[in-house]
Design a protein around this ligand. Structure first.
Ligand SMILES: Cc1ncc(COP(=O)(O)O)c(C=O)c1O
Length: 388
């Protein structure tokens, strides 16, 4: 039996007529860029998340950059985030001219460690009480914002993050690229910080048929500014208040995403059911750690990531069993050549490093069958027996 890591075709076939008619209707309306299709999707996505505004953009990476620029982040600023995420989170920070500072993750949730965040602020920052600002002692740069990344589909500890942010006058940008529909105490991803971002890369829980992203906020001023920024900073036709860029969303992607949005909850539930089946098959196995679903959170399992004490050997078993998998992420960002200039070394973020050594993402897409998951479970059980 072959079990693909991801099979987008299966999903398309379940909604083929709806998708095809959305594509035809976009052609008929000629709403190819940032037109009615985009407007409708933005309204529906904002309402789904429980935010006032969504701004459709060209991809999640652009969404991060737009969000940071909209928050006024740039040269001379520091943005705190994790070394264990997709590179886009960091690229967007450096693209604004700001400097990233990493804080380790928790190894059970893969999300930012609140203890380490407090420790960085306490030990490495100087506070100016008169204007309530923080400066990084080593670089003298101003600490402006935190980007929690809701990794693999489970949200970070948002109560603590917001409390720390309020205490120190920091902005919060939620990187919800992997967390469409995920919730923290019933509040959806992207709606707790001042601003949130999403990616609609095809493999995401809500995926386009190409690239797409969104910026989410309930702050009218930020929404207006983000909307202006993605359209060259223009206020009226050929009237530019400031320089922006072209980050507008494509009409086809918006029309497709609008169709898929209606199915998102059902697909997320299917992912959760698949995760339950994995839990039943893999609980208590030696040498395997299953993902933690925190009780106050709706985990939407963008990825189902287990940790294995001997990944190369498990990978061999999975390959032999015809099972697709991926390793996200094998090298934490502080150990990548691209970020050598930040001066971090191996050992600085032990949890990120430990996760990177052992994580392996199993197939979790909504259309997987029980039989397929059963085959993955049996293969992993056989591997565990082989290691005894
Ligand atoms: C956590 C995270 N942030 C940002 C992005 C960037 O999104 P995109 O690929 O749409 O540019 C991704 C995409 O994989 C992601 O996983």
């Amino acid at each position: 039996m072959q079990v693909p890591y991801l099979d987008l075709k299966r999903q398309y076939l379940t909604i083929k007529d709806e998708i095809n008619s959305a594509i035809q209707s976009t052609i008929d309306s000629c709403a190819f860029v940032a037109g009615d299709k985009v407007k409708k999707f933005e309204e529906n996505f904002a309402a789904y998340c429980g935010a006032k505004y969504a701004i459709g953009v060209s991809c999640g990476t652009s969404a991060l950059y737009v969000a940071l620029r909209t928050l006024g982040i740039g040269k001379g600023d520091i943005v705190i985030t994790v070394p264990y995420t997709f590179i886009a989170t960091i690229e967007a920070i450096t693209m604004t001219g700001a400097r990233p500072v990493f804080v380790d993750i928790e190894k059970d949730s893969y999300n930012i460690s609140i203890g380490k965040l407090r420790e960085y602020i306490k030990k490495s920052c100087a506070r100016n009480a008169s204007n309530n600002t923080l400066r990084d002692k080593q670089t003298s740069l101003k600490v402006r914002a935190i980007i929690p990344v809701h990794l693999y589909g489970q949200m970070a500890d948002m109560d603590d993050i917001m409390e720390i942010a309020q205490e120190h006058n920091l902005l919060v940008l939620e990187d919800a690229a992997q967390a469409h529909g995920a919730a923290y105490k019933n509040q959806k991803a992207g709606t707790i910080g001042q601003i949130g971002i999403f990616s609609f890369y095809p493999s995401k829980n809500l995926g386009a048929f190409g690239q797409g992203g969104a910026v989410l906020t309930s702050d009218e001023r930020l929404a207006k500014s983000a909307r202006q920024f993605i359209n060259h900073g223009q206020t009226g036709k050929y009237d530019y208040e400031f320089e922006g860029w072209n980050f507008k969303m494509d009409g086809f992607q918006a029309a497709i995403l609008d169709v898929k949005l209606k199915h998102l909850d059902a697909w997320n539930r299917a992912r959760q059911k698949n995760a339950e089946q994995y839990r039943a098959l893999l609980s208590g196995l030696d040498g395997i750690v299953l993902p933690d679903n925190m009780p106050d959170r709706d985990h939407v399992y963008h990825l189902y990531v287990i940790w294995s004490k001997d990944r190369p050997s498990l990978q061999g078993y999975l390959k032999q069993g015809g099972i697709g998998f991926t390793v996200a992420y094998p090298i934490p960002l502080h150990m990548q050549s691209a970020y050598r200039y930040l001066g971090y070394v191996r050992g600085d973020f032990p949890n990120a490093e430990k996760c990177a050594e052992g994580v392996i993402a199993l197939p979790i897409f909504p259309e997987l069958t029980e039989k397929e998951i059963g085959h993955v479970g049996a293969t992993i059980n056989a591997w565990v027996q082989s290691t005894k």
